[in-house]
Design a protein around this ligand. Structure first.
Ligand SMILES: Cc1cc2nc3c(=O)[nH]c(=O)nc-3n(C[C@H](O)[C@H](O)[C@H](O)COP(=O)(O)O)c2cc1C
Length: 198
């Protein structure tokens, strides 16, 4: 668990990060972890990391949610009940990975309404940085989620192996966390009934 503290907060925020990487170790997992840590430095959080490398094999064979094992169903509930979602995927063929999409195909259509979602991606180079805007953001707009304005993209040169090495990326992560928290607080303080309008 990552824990920070904010005076006056009554309950920790439930922060759930999803890494769409199919590899371990993974730059994407390192990135979403770093974003979660930056959030935890600024707020009291309970953190859960969901990795496709762990749930992918049991997820891939399911065609309907009721075919998923309980362990994956628990992850879906964690996604649906998070106060802040941090979603990251490596760029594969100019989009997120197929398994990342398969996971979100099982999320309830109205379960992410108004939920803050921080978008992140890694790619081999800079050319596909707009995958965040052209692929990830429309997916979460479909869910009527509150996609946060600042996404975080990283390429191979931002890492030393699987460790973030670029100061400019670290600054971007810090800025994304700072910008996220007021919106997380706003979303968490709203009654859910007002969100359930299709
Ligand atoms: C099948 C496959 C397709 C890829 N397609 C792209 C691509 O279209 N654009 C890009 O910038 N990088 C592409 N890459 C590179 C990965 O996005 C990049 O190495 C990423 O950081 C890997 O993340 P990971 O360590 O979390 O798995 C591809 C890699 C693989 C294996």
């Amino acid at each position: 668990m990552l824990v920070g503290s904010v005076v006056g907060m009554t309950a920790p925020y439930r922060v759930v990060a999803v890494s769409g990487s199919l590899h371990e170790p993974s730059k994407t997992t390192a990135l979403v972890r770093a974003i979660a840590e930056a959030v935890a430095e600024r707020a009291d959080v309970e953190f859960e990391l969901i990795e496709l490398t762990e749930i992918g094999p049991s997820l891939a064979g399911a065609l309907r949610r009721d075919q998923l094992p309980a362990s994956v169903e628990e992850k879906l509930v964690a996604i649906e009940t998070a106060d802040l979602l941090i979603v990251g995927s490596p760029v594969y063929r100019a989009s997120f990975t197929g398994l990342f999409k398969h996971l979100f195909d099982f999320v309830g259509q109205y379960e992410l309404v108004g939920k803050p979602v921080l978008l992140a991606a890694t790619g081999g180079g800079e050319r596909h940085a707009l995958m965040i805007e052209h692929q990830l953001r429309p997916l979460f707009s479909f869910f009527q989620a509150l996609t946060l304005p600042l996404g975080v993209y990283a390429s191979d040169t931002d890492f030393d192996g699987y460790v973030i090495s670029a100061d400019v990326l670290r600054s971007r992560i810090d800025l994304a966390a700072e910008r996220a928290l007021p919106l997380v607080g706003y979303a968490a303080s709203r009654p859910t009934e007002t969100l359930l309008v299709s």
